[in-house]
Design a protein around this ligand. Structure first.
Ligand code: FES
Length: 105
């Protein structure tokens, strides 16, 4: 599926996201600079923070307690749609999703 990352300055980057990889990996491999992912996906940094829409959140598995705890360390504003993208696994159903990237990580 294709994912479209929209960075805080409006830059849109469309990436081919392999099913089974994380959204963070798709962003990193697509050179989306606003997704930093310092810890490489081990849920220890909160620098893969992204904003998902209400509809997208409804389609995603709920966040774990650990993800919720780590989100407290995010540098950007935490909103209802905030998730750590290393914890979101790409599925075919995500084709065409637009995912917003915070202004800081
Ligand atoms: Fe570190 Fe997601 S990459 S928490």
């Amino acid at each position: 599926p294709k994912l479209i990352f929209i960075e805080a300055d409006g830059t849109r980057t469309e990436v081919d996201a392999p099913v089974g990889k994380s959204v963070m990996e798709a962003a990193r491999d697509g050179n989306v600079s606003g997704v930093v992912a310092d810890c490489g996906g081990s849920l220890a940094c909160a620098t893969c923070h992204c904003y998902f829409s209400n509809d997208q959140i409804a389609d995603l598995p709920a966040k774990s307690d650990t993800e919720a705890d780590m989100l407290d360390f995010a540098n950007a504003e935490v909103k209802d749609g905030s998730r750590l993208s290393c914890q979101i696994i790409v599925t075919e159903a995500m084709d065409g999703w637009e995912i917003n990237v915070p202004d800081t990580q």
